[in-house]
Design a binder for this molecule. Structure first.
Ligand code: SF4
Length: 486
């Protein structure tokens, strides 16, 4: 009789830079597993016959399969298993909310010790990168079909990767000078090094993807013009239009959207100014409005730029924070101070137009709203003033409007999101698919990848008539939650 596996409930931590050091540098916070730690962690997996973890993964990675390879110290095999379903393992291993997906459904979660799936995924991808040139898998013979992918964020990259592998000629258009979409302009270096993003895009280019940067579809050429040259088009232009709070004083100097603040830092290298050409003012007291990962990224960026005091101002309580727990803990360890149940209602400037303080109201929690979270209710008369010299608005983003505005036949929702079939990504226009944040609203990297995978399969079927066996999720893709993107 097979011996029953003894439970090891000691989930291995990943080494990290100590908080007092990392709060002043832009290097990656988490340092990754060593091979020894990865093997020990992998051996905790029970290799379930019906692995619940896979049900929690939007791209259905063979999780026990790749973990078994690590446990057997066959790291090359582990990355091969991962790449069958995920073209971005180094990125997903870092930024996917595994605690809400595969790790949440892992059988060991009942013992509060789920397998560290994300950390093991990251380990596999980093191990491969450290070995030198990556293995190029077998690609199908050319189909003669040409596909345009608009936007090079997670959804676009996934579509491009899948279709290149299936033998299509794929060109990916990016409006900015560097590919990666939100992975490049939005997520800071200390959470997702840009070299990691470049590495994964380089890999796709080695597979045959053509990348065209500085090309704004909707301006340089319209969608209709692209359709004259391509057999199919995928739109993955994301949610890059920042929302503001619509409160007095938002046009003062020292007020930023999180998009502007993070783009100046991440894409334009503002933290290296004057060695980079994009300046960013170094503020002493910074408040960030919002409670999602973008708010945490902004607050932690402000600390690294030298701010002495950094506050998160959030209108609900800690329980409702949409950011990943790990990011909240990192922010707290680094010295970010949280003001819960607090709503900024007015920004006050000096006589030169620079922000000097913000007026806030205290809140309390009422009945749950349609998101299921308890609704924040104002406590009248509880106004107070905080002295602040920079205010970053991180309360969410809307869809990029350029393509819908220049494509009259493209059906969009009242909020400006493109309407697409949740099972196929097909839009109201023939030969046009869409997926990711432009359809669902700001959500997570892995959900955008799941949408990309569904669309790639549907596009391939339309282009060739071949019905593929499942290559990804059949699950509906959820609405993005306010403030919870990335
Ligand atoms: S559910 Fe957890 S223990 Fe079971 S195979 Fe998946 S990762 Fe391993």
């Amino acid at each position: 009789m097979a011996e029953k596996k003894k439970l090891d409930l000691n989930r291995r931590d990943m080494p990290k830079q100590p908080p007092h050091i990392r709060r002043r540098n832009f290097n990656e916070v988490a340092l990754g597993y060593t091979p020894e730690l990865a093997v020990v962690e992998a051996k905790r997996c029970l290799q379930c016959k019906k692995p619940l973890c896979v049900k929690g993964c939007p791209v259905e990675i063979d999780i026990p399969g790749f973990i078994k390879c690590i446990a057997d110290e066959d790291f090359a095999a582990a990355i091969r298993v991962l790449k069958k379903k995920n073209v971005l393992p180094a990125i997903c291993g870092r930024v996917c909310p595994q605690e809400e997906q595969c790790e949440k459904t892992c059988v060991l979660v009942k013992k509060k010790a789920s397998s560290a799936i994300g950390r093991l995924e990251r380990f596999s991808a980093d191990w491969e990168a450290a070995q030198g040139p990556v293995e190029i898998p077998e690609i199908r013979p050319p189909t003669g079909k040409k596909v345009a992918v608009v936007g090079s964020g997670p959804a676009g990259i996934t579509v491009a990767g899948d279709l290149v592998m299936l033998g299509h000629e794929v060109t990916m258009f990016e409006a900015l000078h560097e590919a990666g979409g939100v992975l490049t302009y939005g997520i800071p270096e200390f959470r997702l090094p840009k070299a990691v993003v470049r590495r994964e895009i380089d890999y796709l280019q080695k597979l045959g993807l053509k990348l065209v940067a500085n090309y704004v579809v909707g301006k340089t050429k319209t969608l209709d013009q692209l359709l004259e040259f391509y057999d199919a088009v995928f739109i993955g232009t994301g949610a890059g239009l920042p929302w503001f709070m619509e409160i007095p004083g938002e046009n003062l100097n020292g007020v930023y959207s999180a998009n502007e603040y993070l783009t100046r830092m991440n894409l334009m290298g503002g933290f290296k100014y004057p060695r980079s050409s994009t300046p960013i003012k170094r503020h002493r007291r910074v408040a960030v409005a919002g409670g999602g990962n973008v708010a945490m990224d902004s607050a932690r960026t402000a600390l690294r730029l030298g701010a002495e005091e950094v506050y998160i101002v959030y209108r609900r309580s800690r329980t409702e924070l949409p950011a990943r727990l790990e990011e909240v803990e990192n922010a707290e360890e680094e010295g970010v101070v949280f003001h819960f149940l607090t709503l900024p209602i007015r920004l006050i400037g000096d006589d030169k137009g620079w922000l000097k303080e913000i007026e806030c109201l205290r809140m309390e929690l009422g009945e749950p709203d349609k998101s299921g979270r308890r609704r924040p209710v104002k406590i009248e008369g509880s106004n107070f003033i905080m002295p602040i010299d920079a205010f970053v608005v991180a309360v969410g983003n809307g869809p990029n409007p350029l393509i819908p505005n220049t494509t009259p036949d493209l059906e969009v929702t009242s909020g400006g999101n493109i309407v697409a079939d949740p099972k196929t990504g097909k839009t109201s226009i023939d030969k046009v698919w869409a997926g990711g944040d432009i359809v669902t609203g700001a959500a997570t990297v892995i959900l955008a990848m799941g949408a990309g995978r569904l669309a790639a399969r549907s596009m391939h079927e339309c282009l060739t008539g071949e019905k593929l066996l499942t290559t990804g999720t059949e699950k509906g893709l959820g609405e993005g939650e306010e403030e919870s993107e990335r």
